[in-house]
Design a protein around this ligand. Structure first.
Ligand SMILES: [Cu+2]
Length: 160
């Protein structure tokens, strides 16, 4: 789904896109209609019972690099960019993150913005609400070209 969307955006808008020129109102999400993804669904961060702050650094690391939640939990993520360059926190399965990272490498200026990702400028912080509807192992990665490959990835354990 995400790859298709990315391809569609590339097809219609050419290659002159950058982060920040987002065509969709993804932050004005109607959470009741949030799409069910393999790793959960967008949720209102105001309904979260837990806030998880995740620091992102130019050492290409997330802190913490592993978190554990329970199935059904709504988590409010607050990714904080502690570095000098752009970072982002993208939720997904390992397989999807790898595919998406590859796509980002081929199209460095690629537009992408959806409820399961937060792009954060240096010194800023973002916010993302997510409900983990399935138990299992999921991940978060920074898909700025080169970052994921350098180890900018964290793990989410969703307990049943
Ligand atoms: Cu990064």
């Amino acid at each position: 789904m995400r790859l298709l969307l990315a391809a569609a955006i590339l097809a219609t808008s050419g290659s002159a896109l950058g982060h920040g020129e987002k065509p969709s109102a993804s932050r004005g999400v109607d959470y009741s209609k949030a799409e069910q993804m393999p790793f959960g669904r967008a949720a209102d961060p105001k309904k979260a019972k837990r806030t998880v702050r995740v620091d992102m650094t130019d050492q290409m690391r997330f802190h913490p690099a592993e978190i554990t939640v329970r199935r059904g939990d709504v988590v409010r993520f607050v990714p904080v960019n502690k570095g000098q360059v752009m970072h982002e926190m993208v939720l997904g399965t390992m397989d999807e993150l790898k595919k998406h990272a590859e796509l980002m490498k081929q199209h460095p200026g690629m537009e992408h913005d959806e409820p399961h990702m937060a792009h954060v400028a240096p010194g800023k912080q973002g916010e993302m609400g997510w409900q983990f509807t399935k138990a299992g192992e999921f991940f978060y990665g920074c898909l700025i070209p080169g970052h994921f490959e350098a180890g900018m990835v964290g793990k989410i354990n969703v307990n049943p």
